[in-house]
Design a protein. Structure first.
Length: 231
């Protein structure tokens, strides 16, 4: 085994942006641990088959805390250079006054609470010079919200950003780099067919931004072009 090879754990890697991240890191020669929900075959399995052993797959339903704990136990002997949590759902462009309580709860748990549970659980596996990243969105920026719409999704990403700020403050002595990444408006199931970017156009920029900030401790909210996103 090449001791200089780096290891990334991509949480939520079965499709779209997560699969794109796993693909990019495998192509860059990293060892990658990617998680999928359930046992069904995904594009990540095809990537694993072609990876020459550099990609391993773990099962994780991120909204189940006991599954996060079980994943932590399974990965206990690993040292991660990058932990990246990619997970988000949307339930349509519904005014907040019309959002049912169960929908609000589902989106907030998936988009804000669960990613932070993963970060808290797996943080000790990340090397002190490593990076912890979470996929955010410019729609989580309060300063940039001049048009409204997507109320619940925006609120969930703003909550995620705030929780990462709380995390960073609570671990102010931490030497790891903390990133909130905005991938741009990407043509995925979530972004829709009219979005500006393909996954192949967004993800290399995301990875370059992650790489360029390695060793820059503290929390940074950045887009796929390396630009600071206003809070």
């Amino acid at each position: 085994m090449n001791d200089t090879r780096k290891t990334a754990a991509i949480i939520g890697a079965s499709r779209a942006l997560g699969l794109g991240l796993a693909t990019e890191y495998v192509h860059r020669g990293w060892d990658v641990i990617g998680t999928v929900r359930g046992s069904h075959r995904t594009g990540l399995h095809d990537l694993a088959d072609a990876s020459g052993g550099r990609l391993t797959i773990e099962s994780l339903e991120m909204t189940e805390p006991e599954q996060i704990s079980a994943l932590r136990d399974r990965l206990a002997r690993h040292t991660l250079d990058l932990l990246f949590v990619n997970a988000a759902i949307t339930r349509g462009d519904v005014p907040i006054s019309d959002v049912p309580t169960d929908m609000f709860t589902e989106v907030m748990i998936t988009n804000a609470l669960s990613p932070m549970r993963v970060v808290e659980s797996l943080r000790s596996l990340v090397t002190p010079t490593g990076t912890i990243g979470v996929m955010s969105s410019s729609q989580g920026s309060i300063a940039l919200n001049t048009r409204g719409g997507q109320d619940l999704y925006r609120a969930s990403k703003s909550a995620l950003n705030q929780l990462m700020r709380c995390y960073a403050a609570r671990h102010a002595e931490d030497t790891r780099t903390l990133l909130l990444m905005d991938p741009g408006w990407v043509r995925t199931e979530l972004g829709g067919p009219d979005a500006d970017l393909s996954v192949e156009e967004s993800i290399p920029g995301v990875v370059e931004t992650i790489e360029s900030h390695q060793g820059k401790r503290g929390l940074h909210f950045l887009d796929y072009e390396g630009q600071v996103v206003p809070w």
